[in-house]
Design a protein around this ligand. Structure first.
Ligand code: SAH
Ligand code: SF4
Length: 355
């Protein structure tokens, strides 16, 4: 992890590690709780603010550690209420997060990598390749950076790891970030309100759902045959449909919990009635919920969005097979903030480096 001047970035530590760190400075373990409250409850940006910590403790903290913060460099708002935040990272990379207004709360779509190595044919992020993994702090700071722009009555309650990158390709950092995001001493999000979306990296899917059963999973299926899926998502050659769905069947689910399957509908490619029937067959026996995402067009892809009538027909077929099926509206597409439209530009040149 990128550390500067030998100082530990406190937001790269889990709450347990924060305690060990505090103890290593010669302080009592409970001081970690106080420190965490400053970092995640009050979103402190400096040690000077932490007035209830002894001066000697604050001086040790200043010497050995630092507090990161991501200030949005740019915020674009769409008339539909969606906002896209662009954050510049210390090494010149940029990441984007998207804030989606719902009826009585907000959902934030987080990035986990700058770019993505998986190169799915329909995804703008994938056309650029992977620049690098994000540190845990860079994932957590997207949440804190956006929260800082909200009014008191605007509640950010839901997080989706569906922005730039494949979260399970940055497994350790994502798990660390999730631990802080979920911990009552950290950002304290409910496990029912944090969803990780993956292109289907089977071993890590199994690990996160068994060892770290503290989030909901969404799987990007996007096709109803291996041939189609391999053409759209090269990762399917490594983890083909049958293996992926078998792994989904093994995921332990609590009462009434479901696995979400995302399916990007592309005109004339995977949006036929036969596709819908095949998809229903593939999902048989899985407690599944389907999110249909009409393809969001962008300059790097020749694909087209299907007609609304095709989307509705596809949905009806799945509903008739008793799968809860939603159509995800392409919120924010006018500001290139909709699914698959993030990260047109990975490296940002010529800006003031944040010290
Ligand atoms: N890498 C993860 C999470 C980020 S992509 C994954 O693939 O699941 C988030 C979602 O956006 C995925 O379901 C993906 O299939 C979808 N997506 C990508 N490009 C899209 C596009 N152009 N239009 C609509 N959805 C897209
Ligand atoms: Fe990566 Fe997901 Fe885009 Fe595929 S859809 S290239 S896995 S971000």
């Amino acid at each position: 992890m990128r550390e500067r001047n030998g100082r530990v970035n406190l937001k790269n530590l889990t709450i347990d590690e924060l305690e060990s760190f505090v103890v290593s400075l010669g302080e009592k373990p409970f001081r970690a709780g106080q420190l965490a409250r400053w970092l995640y409850g009050r979103k402190a940006r400096s040690f000077e603010e932490m007035t209830d910590l002894a001066r000697s403790f604050r001086e040790k903290l200043m010497e050995k550690s630092r507090i990161s913060f991501l200030q949005p460099a740019e915020v674009k708002a769409s008339p539909d209420g969606t906002k896209k935040y662009r954050f510049l990272l210390t090494d010149g990379e940029a990441v984007e997060s998207v804030l989606l207004p719902e009826k009585d709360h907000f959902t934030l779509c987080l990035s986990t990598q700058a770019g993505c190595a998986l190169g799915c044919k329909f995804c703008l992020t994938g056309t650029r390749g992977l620049a690098r993994n994000l540190d845990p702090s860079e994932i957590i700071d997207q949440v804190i950076g956006v929260q800082a722009t909200l009014l008191a009555e605007e509640k950010l309650t839901n997080l989706v790891l569906m922005g730039m990158g494949e979260p399970l390709h940055n497994f350790d950092n994502v798990v660390r970030a999730l631990k802080v995001i979920r911990s009552p001493a950290g950002l304290h999000f409910s496990h029912r309100r944090v969803t990780l979306s993956t292109a289907g990296i089977i071993p890590e899917m199994e690990e996160i759902s068994s060892r770290h059963h503290f989030i909901k999973l969404a799987i990007s299926l996007n096709a109803s045959t291996d041939e189609q899926r391999s053409a759209l998502m090269p990762i399917n050659r490594k983890y083909p449909l049958n293996d992926l769905l078998a792994a989904c069947r093994r995921i332990p689910l609590s009462n009434r919990e479901k696995i979400t399957f995302e399916y990007v509908l592309i005109r004339g490619l995977n949006d036929s009635e036969e596709d819908a029937h095949r998809l229903a067959k593939l999902l048989k026996g899985i407690r599944a919920k389907v999110n249909l995402i009409p393809f969001n067009e962008h300059s790097q892809s020749p694909f087209k969005r299907p007609e609304d009538i095709a989307v509705q027909k596809f949905r009806q077929i799945l509903m008739a097979r008793r799968f809860t099926t939603m159509v995800r509206q392409s919120k924010g597409s006018d500001i290139m903030a909709a699914c698959g439209q993030l990260g047109g530009k990975v490296k940002t040149e010529g800006f003031e480096k944040i010290k």
